[in-house]
Design a protein. Structure first.
Length: 248
């Protein structure tokens, strides 16, 4: 794996950890993106129980609802600073009893035994990976047969196609020096097949990218998001949420 790219991402999120929530979710566009994503995760993970691994948990905004639903969670991240913020947020919310472990590590080399978890989740991470196939294979390895995996990724051939091509050309997000990559859906389908996973559900979402939150895009994005959730326009969504199953 490209250690330089991982080190760049780690440094970015170490620096970003203490301002991420304050900067990302205070704008109307940021709140819209968070509200939609929380709703989708609640729907897709609503039946989960047991032990789950979350990779790239950020500040624990998805971890905490899962903990409230009774999940036993392990969080794993490249960024020690993000892990610290996530642990603190979980503790302040009074949910630390459900937090089994906090592990600094790479999604490319998950430090867990095969079949350790009932489920695994990694959100808003795959758009920062150079090798999503390796990452999905690792997630499949640490989940037990019969378990499930939820990821999302930035869809290359979407409404944001021109911007996505620009991001891929420079391998960095808009106005942010962090590795970014928009992925064609065919590549993720192949990655799932190679990892021995089946696709249970794929749901579309149109978000407002972080570097564009202060532009007056929200009214248009709301419409695109609504028509891209499913049906014929789902393939045009800028973000695909994919729920995979590992055969028993």
């Amino acid at each position: 794996m490209n250690k330089m790219q991982e080190n760049t991402n780690q440094a970015f999120y170490d620096a970003d950890s203490h301002q991420y929530d304050a900067e990302r979710w205070i704008t109307p566009a940021g709140r819209f993106t968070n509200d939609v994503q929380q709703s989708l995760v609640s729907d897709l993970c609503g039946s989960w129980s047991g032990r789950a691994l979350e990779i790239g948990q950020g500040t624990a905004r998805f971890t905490m609802p899962l903990l409230k639903n009774g999940m036993k969670m392990t969080i794993c991240d490249l960024s020690s600073q993000m892990l610290g913020v996530a642990r603190n947020n979980i503790t302040q919310a009074g949910l630390e009893a459900g937090l089994e472990d906090v592990v600094e590590g790479s999604i490319y080399e998950l430090p867990f035994e095969d079949g350790t978890f009932d489920h695994a989740i990694s959100l808003n991470v795959y758009n920062h990976l150079e090798h999503p196939e390796v990452a999905l294979g690792q997630m499949a390895r640490v989940v037990r047969p019969g378990g499930s995996i939820l990821i999302n990724y930035a869809n290359l051939r979407s409404w944001y196609w021109p911007a996505a091509r620009r991001i891929n050309k420079r391998s960095a997000a808009v106005d942010q020096e962090v590795f970014s990559s928009w992925i064609p859906s065919s590549r993720m389908k192949a990655a799932a097949r190679d990892a021995g996973l089946t696709i249970d559900r794929r749901v579309g979402h149109v978000h407002v990218p972080r570097g564009m939150e202060r532009l007056p895009l929200l009214p248009v994005v709301r419409v695109l998001d609504a028509v891209s959730r499913g049906g014929p326009f789902a393939s045009m969504a800028s973000v695909h949420f994919c729920l995979f199953q590992k055969p028993a």
